[in-house]
Design a binder for this molecule. Structure first.
Ligand SMILES: Cc1cc2nc3c(=O)[nH]c(=O)nc-3n(C[C@H](O)[C@H](O)[C@H](O)COP(=O)(O)OP(=O)(O)OC[C@H]3O[C@@H](n4cnc5c(N)ncnc54)[C@H](O)[C@@H]3O)c2cc1C
Length: 293
């Protein structure tokens, strides 16, 4: 089963106030091998159907903060105790992230995968909002000034107060998609979006009828959709696609290759730390480095 290329459970956020679980995620197809590499508090990303008792006990001994399984921890083929032991130990388990309906935000934004009509977006941070807008927005608005002016009801003659002829138009055609944006954190989604542009995204998504659900605990992904718990009650969101907007890994292959050949290189920006939406840090690091070399 294919493991997603983006590590799902590393939740993003500003330094000091991250939502959800923020921890190093270790990936391995074999639970036995990953157990040897896991440190306290880390997240185990495994691919293990019918998680057995011995493997679960080992994960508990390693004090992992969460387990993300590409397969189903219980398939129903035979009784197995592993998942219950993990849950009893207070370790959340998310199942089925290797399901074919699951894709990463980069799959979607690069066009490598096209989500279906009903979409669940896991992670309502900046990238989650951007992906929802990408799925529901009209690309013409970015490319054609007239389309932009029409959608936002801008008065091109600038004779009306504020240059707007009224609120954004609701009659602009939108793709026939139902999008639900979910987050583990309680409270209103989007509170941490940028002050200058966040309101635009929120207005756009409201206009497009995006549903937002906070405070959920994801349990598994099956052919029926995304299963989660809200206020202790199990729920199923029937969707065709699940898009993970919950974290990313640094792309360091070039750095590793250079280091292996003994060629000096420095890491900055996303290659240094990919856990935050922080272009400012990337620019700052690059500028400071540039003046020293
Ligand atoms: C959907 C989305 C929305 C975001 N919104 C915001 C936001 O609103 N505010 C904010 O502050 N941050 C935002 N970010 C994060 C921001 O984009 C990153 O923090 C920033 O781009 C990091 O800059 P960088 O130069 O380190 O990496 P990048 O911008 O990723 O640039 C790295 C470049 O190196 C190239 N590259 C990689 N490997 C190689 C190689 N081996 N050889 C040659 N080239 C290579 C890549 O193709 C890429 O062009 C967002 C990110 C995403 C995905």
């Amino acid at each position: 089963m294919k493991l997603p290329s983006v590590i799902p459970p590393v939740f993003r956020g500003k330094a000091g106030e991250p939502p959800g679980i923020v921890a190093v995620a270790r990936v391995d197809r074999k639970t036995k091998s990953i157990s040897k590499r896991l440190n306290t508090g880390e997240i185990a990303v495994i691919d293990h159907s019918d998680l057995d008792r011995v493997s679960a006990e080992e994960l508990i001994r390693r004090k992992v903060s969460a387990v993300v399984n590409a397969s189903m921890s219980i398939t129903g083929r035979y009784p197995n105790l592993g998942p219950q032991l993990l849950l009893d130990a207070g370790i959340p388990v998310i199942d089925g992230v290797g399901h074919p309906m699951v894709m990463t935000y980069s799959d979607v934004l690069t066009g490598a995968r096209v989500p279906g009509r009903r979409v669940a977006i896991i992670g309502a941070g900046g990238i989650g909002f951007d992906v929802a807008e990408f799925l529901l927005g009209d690309a013409a608005e970015s490319l054609e000034p007239d389309a932009f002016l029409r959608a936002w009801n801008v008065d091109p003659a600038l004779v009306t107060s504020g240059g707007l002829a009224g609120p954004p138009r609701a009659d602009v055609p939108r793709p026939d998609r139902e999008v639900t944006l979910l987050q583990r954190t309680a409270g209103r989604p989007g509170v941490r979006l940028g002050k200058s542009t966040g309101w635009i995204l929120k207005a756009r998504l409201r206009q497009a009828g995006v549903r937002m659900v906070s405070g959920v605990s994801y349990t598994r992904i099956t052919g029926a959709g995304l299963h989660y718990e809200l206020d202790g009650h199990p729920a199923l969101l029937e969707v065709d696609s699940v898009v993970l907007c919950t974290g990313q890994e640094s792309e360091r292959s070039l750095y590793d290759e250079l280091a292996a050949r003994g060629i000096g290189a420095r890491l900055i920006g996303g290659a240094d730390l990919a856990a935050e939406l922080d272009a400012v840090r990337a620019i700052d690091q690059a500028t400071r480095l540039a003046v020293t070399i």
